[in-house]
Design a protein around this ligand. Sequence first.
Ligand SMILES: C[S@@+](CC[C@H](N)C(=O)[O-])C[C@H]1O[C@@H](n2cnc3c(N)ncnc32)[C@H](O)[C@@H]1O
Length: 233
Amino acid sequence: MTRASLDKQPHEVASMFDGVAANYDLTNDVLSLGQARLWRKEVARAVNARPAQKVLDLAAGTATSSMPFAATGAYVVPCDFSLGMLREGKKRHPWLPLTAGDATKLPFRDDVFDTVTISFGLRNVHDTDSALRELYRVTKPGGQVVICEFSQPTWEPFRTVYKEYLMRALPPVARGVSSNPDAYVYLAESIRAWPDQPALAGLLQKAGWSKVAWRNLTGGVVALHRGVKAGQA
Ligand SMILES: C[S@@+](CC[C@H](N)C(=O)[O-])C[C@H]1O[C@@H](n2cnc3c(N)ncnc32)[C@H](O)[C@@H]1O
């Protein structure tokens, strides 16, 4: 298995990420032209983790996305269903409690985490609604969700160039830097098919989240969505 199709069958998605695990972070940095680091800083700011808080980093992959939260002294649980990505993460960060789990059936009790967050993961989950409901279930009342995901550039001329030209150019560029270029065909296709900012906000509300808002990064190439689980912290 080298790439998943757009119906995102879980075994295809997991095996695709198993295949790219070793080079995943390097390829990310190259293809995002260094923007990935900037996006991660903004996620860290939104999550605002503090010592002793419990943070779930869902679809954490190799746990690179978990490191900014761990650095604050928060207790971070990176969770993913690709054993290949988790193994790579364990090699690099053996002290982290990397956990195997499916976003649509999380292996955690209700009301456990102060913040749940997912970076570049939700788009790959086969059932977005049930992942958003599961994130809600495991969050403490008063806790928050932060979602970082590719989205729609807001300036129309740039949106056209981005979707029609850059996304089509991605697979050939990936051939030069990735061990599994077909995975980047899936990346481009899944970005083009993903809901825009207001549509994703609507899905969060439908799953129960309140105070839903978003902020665009890099002109809307990426959006940070936030929501709160009503109740007392
Ligand atoms: C693009 S990587 C993102 C990794 C990391 N969060 C980051 O920002 O670098 C997407 C991850 O989502 C995981 N994933 C996709 N569907 C999942 C699911 N249903 N449950 C758990 N993890 C899932 C994949 O295994 C993969 O590691």
